[in-house]
Design a protein around this ligand. Structure first.
Ligand code: GAR
Length: 209
């Protein structure tokens, strides 16, 4: 099983969808550690009662960003993490961190990238007057929300939408898409060539025994 390290900052509904997918055996992975940069994060409560270590590493306890990121990287190494999953982790990782884990960090973003990167993506979509938005799962590179795209799914933007109703519609597809993308990685089915991610066919006969 591929060992995941999940980075969170808040509510943790995407973490929950990953926990649920593992529990239902739709996702052949193991969560090695959940790391939060926020001690109040509801995400940490979601792993209570599971045999999963939860660690809080706060930015304010480090003078230099690099030391904060080194503490995260050390924790990931202690737990033998093979894939870093950003699940509502609201900090930008520096090139220092990204180089250490290059090609092994996934993120989910609530828009159809490259539209509406950065913060408040749902509000950006509404303000722009987009008629569709959605979500994107991608690998992290050194830009903000610019890395190779793994999966995307669209949802309509309705005239009566508020940020909350649009965010909720997008969140519903996030919870389906993220475990699926992580599963493709864990099954060795993602192949990145010249920044394009190819999804390899499922190996026939897998799981027959
Ligand atoms: C999700 O909508 C996720 O796409 C977004 O934050 C939310 C986290 O919710 N991420 C970003 O905007 C990253 N730039 P959750 O804590 O319930 O998973």
């Amino acid at each position: 099983k591929i060992i995941l390290g999940i980075l969170v900052s808040g509510r943790g509904s995407n973490l929950q969808s990953i926990l649920d997918a593992i529990h239902a055996e739709r996702l052949n992975a193991k969560i090695g550690v959940v790391i939060s940069d926020n001690p109040e994060a509801n995400a940490l409560k979601r792993i209570a009662g599971f045999d999963i270590p939860g660690v809080c590493i706060e930015r304010k306890n480090f003078t230099a960003k690099q030391d904060f990121e080194k503490a995260i990287a050390d924790e990931l190494n202690i737990h033998h993490v093979e894939l870093v999953v950003l699940a509502g982790f609201m900090r930008i990782l520096s090139p220092y961190f990204i180089q250490r884990c290059f090609g092994k960090i996934m993120n989910i973003h609530p828009s159809l990238l490259p539209a509406f990167p950065g913060l408040d993506a749902q509000q950006q979509a509404l303000q722009y007057g987009a008629k569709v938005s959605g979500c994107t799962v991608h690998f992290i590179d050194q830009g903000i929300d610019t890395g190779p795209i793994i999966l995307q799914e669209a949802v309509p933007v309705l005239e009566e939408d508020t940020v909350e109703t649009l965010a909720e519609r997008i969140l519903h597809v996030e919870h389906i898409l993220y475990p699926r993308a992580i599963g493709l990685y864990c099954d060795g089915r993602l192949c990145t060539e010249n920044r394009r991610v190819r999804i390899l066919q499922e190996v026939e006969g897998k799981g027959d025994d």
